[in-house]
Design a protein around this ligand. Structure first.
Ligand SMILES: *Cc1c(COP(=O)(O)O)cnc(C)c1O
Length: 361
């Protein structure tokens, strides 16, 4: 059994109780007069569903998410998207203005944003470009983490924007190497679109592995803001104490619970399969377009594409009313755009616009 991850938590927070809300004490009552809630519902809230403060971690939601991700409810904390757990992890493990995190650019921007807001240095161990796409240099990550005395390594698999998955044995080896020194966070925002197993399979052996999941992408609930952090129960408790007292709005909880019913999950799985088929089709078609330098293999719901003239492509798509993500500011991606997979018709519109641009050239 690997080292207690509590030792990675900020020393001054190890026994921190957090805010005691009106929902902290589990008591039973008939008349609830302990939270200064209104005695009547709002005129716009006919059933009064929103009158009372919500449960911080509704059992029903936590159980459904745990079942979805194949973990125990005590290993999971639901948050406002997976963005919130990123912030919670940094605040709970890194001293304000100190310690460090390691990121692997080009990668998701929120790790560095949250660290910066906390005054925590960000150390980079860039992804390496190969014939098969971007790969992670795990030795460099380990070395960077040791050198900086980092508390957290943020990996992203499938990567945004790289689209690449990370080999789990290498993730496990990194976690072993950094045991007692750092958490290894695997952000799996796009795992539903990938083929291999989730890094949650590493949790039993490595207590310093943390996995992030979200309903925002494959489950089409970005506006509900429901994400999950999956980790050792000791860490989950610490993170909950650092979280806002009532983090999950009731309408979002209700919507998420409905989305996790078997029939809806089956529909979600069909949509994901359709998106994956579109990914193959669009990637093949793009590889035949003149002016396309490289289409990266993708295990997510987007394609990262290098163009000879990315500015003209971006402008042509925009003129056709199609907005894609300009990646030219990202490390090593000065000629790249990231195109989310849309419906078949939307993807065809992308191809058509590129064909017109090619014809005009
Ligand atoms: C979209 C995205 C997220 C954010 O997801 P939310 O759950 O909506 O906060 C996290 N990580 C990566 C890599 C993403 O691309």
């Amino acid at each position: 059994m690997s080292a207690d991850p509590l030792l990675l938590v900020r020393e001054d927070l190890r026994d921190f109780a957090g805010y005691r809300s009106a929902r902290t004490d589990k008591v039973d009552g008939r008349v609830w007069l302990n939270a200064n809630e209104a005695a009547w519902p709002n005129g716009a809230d006919a059933g009064g569903a929103a009158r009372r403060y919500p449960q911080p971690q509704p059992d029903r939601l936590r159980k459904a998410l745990a079942a979805l991700y194949g973990c125990a409810p005590g290993q999971l904390l639901a948050g406002r998207g997976s963005d919130e757990p990123i912030d919670l992890l940094i605040r709970a493990l890194c001293r304000p203005g100190g310690d460090a995190i390691v990121v692997t650019p080009p990668t998701f921007g929120m790790y560095a944003v949250c660290a910066r807001l906390h005054g925590t240095p960000v150390v980079e161990a860039p992804l390496v470009e190969t014939a098969n796409g971007f790969t992670c240099d795990f030795n460099a990550v380990e070395q960077a983490s040791r050198d900086a005395g980092a508390r957290i390594v943020f990996l992203c698999s499938p990567g945004n924007p790289s689209g690449a998955t990370l080999p789990l044995p290498a993730v496990a080896a990194l976690a072993r190497a950094l045991e007692g020194k750092a958490l290894v966070v695997v952000d799996e925002a796009y795992q539903e679109y990938a083929e291999g197993p989730s890094a949650t399979s590493l949790l039993g052996a490595q207590r310093n592995v943390v996995v992030l999941r979200t309903l925002s992408k494959a489950h089409a609930l970005a506006a509900a803001r429901i994400g999950s952090v999956i980790a050792d129960p000791v860490l989950i408790e610490v993170l909950q104490r650092c979280q806002a007292p009532y983090p999950l709005p009731q309408p979002s909880v209700d919507l998420a619970c409905r989305a996790l019913a078997p029939d809806v999950l089956a529909e979600t799985a069909r949509r994901v399969a359709t998106t994956c088929a579109e990914r193959t089709r669009l990637a093949q078609a793009l590889r035949c377009v003149r002016g396309v330098r490289r289409v990266y293999p993708s295990s997510a719901n987007f394609l990262l594409v290098r163009f000879e003239n990315p500015g003209a492509v971006y402008a042509a798509l925009l003129a056709a009313g199609i907005v894609v993500r300009d990646m030219r500011q990202a490390l090593g991606l000065a000629d790249a755009l990231r195109i989310s997979l849309g419906t078949r018709e939307q993807n065809d519109a992308v191809l058509e616009t590129l064909a017109q641009l090619e014809a005009a050239a």
